[in-house]
Write a protein that binds this ligand. Structure first.
Ligand SMILES: Cc1cc2nc3c(=O)[nH]c(=O)nc-3n(C[C@H](O)[C@H](O)[C@H](O)COP(=O)(O)O)c2cc1C
Length: 235
């Protein structure tokens, strides 16, 4: 199934694969538990599976005839806490696409990910949805960046809400940032137009923030943009 998804991603023109490492199992999400909310139970969010021959071949009846069978099979196979770093290595060997590992908060994990074939890591605490009270991605950032920033791409995720947040992340060394919820809010409010509006606003604010901070382009932003609290600007 995984092999099939990788092949399809390559054919479809995707430029990287992301393995989410912080979700071997979903966290304890009280609001979702109260509502017994898991989209897969209702057959939502399964298009990648329903359209996949490797997935379909394992089903006794096609999803169009009996969705419950497909849902149950997905639930039986989706989570696998038994995965090891060796699995990451096999993935890296199976594809020419860059492999990113998402959900890294500890420098040692970042080093292990790179050692086992990752081309980059995404520093992320999954927006706080996995371990309640876990360290924030920004707090974890310096340790991870110092550990692997020279050897691998390092991306930032969890809490990016504005163009100024993007500038902050880039100034701290991020090669890119990821957005989780903002575009989904746009989707809920305005569909495709809503997603576009969220992205346009974020990019516009990024442009303005760069200009107002004295930068002509995002590539010009570096660590010198960061002022440590303890160091007043004296000149
Ligand atoms: C409803 C929802 C579903 C998510 N599903 C996934 C997922 O399938 N895989 C994944 O790596 N992250 C998933 N995430 C986490 C986001 O990718 C992201 O790491 C997190 O929301 C933090 O970014 P944000 O603060 O911009 O939302 C999900 C987040 C939300 C809110």
């Amino acid at each position: 199934m995984t092999a099939s998804l990788i092949d399809r991603a390559e054919v479809a023109g995707y430029e990287a694969l992301v393995v989410t490492l912080d979700t071997p199992l979903p966290g304890w999400r009280e609001r979702e538990l109260q509502q017994a909310a898991l989209p897969f139970y209702d057959g939502h969010g399964m298009a990648n599976y329903h359209t996949d021959d490797a997935f379909r071949d394992t089903l006794s009846v096609p999803p169009e005839e009996d969705q419950a069978v497909a849902v149950q099979h997905l639930l039986d196979t989706f989570d696998d806490p038994g995965r090891t770093w060796a699995d990451l290595e096999s993935l890296a060997e199976r594809t020419d696409l860059p492999l990113l590992v998402k959900g890294i908060l500890h420098p040692e994990d970042a080093e292990l990910a790179v050692e086992h074939g990752a081309d980059g890591v995404v520093v992320s605490n999954h927006g706080g949805r996995q371990v309640d009270g876990s360290v924030g991605a920004l707090t974890a950032w310096p340790g991870v960046f110092d550990a692997v920033g020279e050897d691998a791409a390092v991306f930032f995720d969890s809490g990016v809400r504005s163009g100024a947040d993007v500038v902050r992340a880039v100034a701290l060394g991020a090669d890119a940032v990821l957005l989780g919820r903002p575009y989904v809010y746009g989707l809920a409010v305005g569909g495709v137009d809503g997603v576009e509006a969220v992205l346009r606003n974020l990019l516009a604010e990024l442009d303005l923030t760069l200009a107002l901070s004295g930068y002509a382009a995002v590539d010009d932003v570096d660590r010198s943009a960061v002022v440590e609290r303890s160091t007043a600007v004296r000149r």
